[in-house]
Design a protein around this ligand. Structure first.
Ligand SMILES: [Zn+2]
Length: 321
């Protein structure tokens, strides 16, 4: 029988847990409320009781090789949460490995939730069959994960993979991280919406989409931008080309740095499909050494809504399997 791990995906409102083996999720995903308002200790208690439930359903803790946890923020080498996020008060500073070892005798491995998704793609999705890949997750922000030699690269302090904060524009848009011109400011859903509103104001563009943005700037979404891209709308195309140019710069930098076999693009923005993928390929080629570029495939992600819990389980399978 294959090795089994428990995967835990911590979110602001719910904690998802599942038993994960080499084939993916066994027996479905269990959700419990995070109860973030109860503070760090309450969150940890809820994680522990979810692990207990899953262990019991899988024949006892002794049947598992370990627990993987995907969490907002970062996790240092000792299992202490750094930068746990504003919507999880008291989570920063919590030690997550010790209580799991004490209660269940299981080892744990934790990492940033988005970073962990790279491992889910490696084991179960778009990264199958390769050893070196980098994932970009294009959502509200831009996150990512780096896999080298089949392992998630965590960096010296558990903070590697923040590829959304690669600076692609000198003196560009200010970013909450403190830099200017981070790729996240352009290629996230948030960045795409802001570009639509800004361009509609300043360019004197008269397209149908520009009129709509003028009238209802609060209702613009990246999905709407791509509905108008499909109609060849002048403003929407301009926003799309800029987002993909900026993302292409970051992808080019990543390919030059890691020479991955694959770059995987996922997240909500990728719902627009091949139009984004093809444009990013075009721009990345301009920002990358051709000899390295031609050895790397740029492909869409395959993991869906359970990617977080799969990634968490994959953390344990990778480390203890
Ligand atoms: Zn930034």
């Amino acid at each position: 029988m294959g090795k089994k791990a428990i995967g835990i995906d911590l979110g602001g409102t719910a904690i998802k847990g599942a038993i994960i083996d080499e084939n993916g999720i066994c027996g479905g995903v269990t959700r419990v409320p995070t109860e973030a308002e109860g503070g760090g200790r309450r969150i940890m208690d809820n994680i522990l009781s979810l692990i207990g439930k899953l262990a019991e359903s899988g024949g006892g803790a002794g049947e598992f090789i370990g627990v993987g946890i995907g969490t907002p923020g970062f996790v240092d080498a000792d299992g202490v949460i750094l930068n746990g996020g504003a919507n999880l008060p008291g989570w920063t500073g919590m030690q997550v490995y010790a209580p799991i070892a004490e209660r269940f005798g299981l080892r744990a491995s934790a990492a940033n939730d988005v970073t962990s998704v790279a491992l889910a793609e490696l084991m179960f999705g778009a990264g199958r069959g390769v050893q070196n890949m980098v994932c970009f997750a294009l959502g509200t922000g831009v996150g990512g994960g780096i896999v080298t030699n089949g392992r998630l690269y965590k960096g010296g302090h558990g903070m590697a993979g923040e590829i959304g904060h690669i600076v692609v524009e000198t003196d560009g848009e200010p970013c909450p991280c403190g830099q200017r011109g981070c790729v996240e400011r352009y290629a996230s859903a948030t960045g795409i919406v802001k570009a639509a509103v800004d361009f509609a104001k300043s360019e004197g563009c008269k397209s149908d989409f520009a009129k709509l943005v003028h009238e209802n700037p609060g209702e613009v979404t990246s999905k709407l931008v791509y509905e108008y891209v499909a109609k060849n709308d002048e403003l929407a195309l301009k926003v799309h080309e800029r987002a993909c140019d900026m993302l292409g710069r970051a992808v080019g930098i990543i390919i030059n740095t890691f020479s991955p076999d694959r770059v995987v693009l996922g997240g909500g923005v990728m719902m627009a499909g091949s139009v984004v993928l093809e444009a990013v390929k075009k721009y990345a080629a301009r920002h990358c050494w051709p000899e390295i570029f031609k050895l790397c495939e740029i492909v869409p992600a395959q993991m869906g809504e359970d990617s977080g819990v799969l990634g968490a389980g994959a953390l344990a399978l990778e480390e203890f399997g």
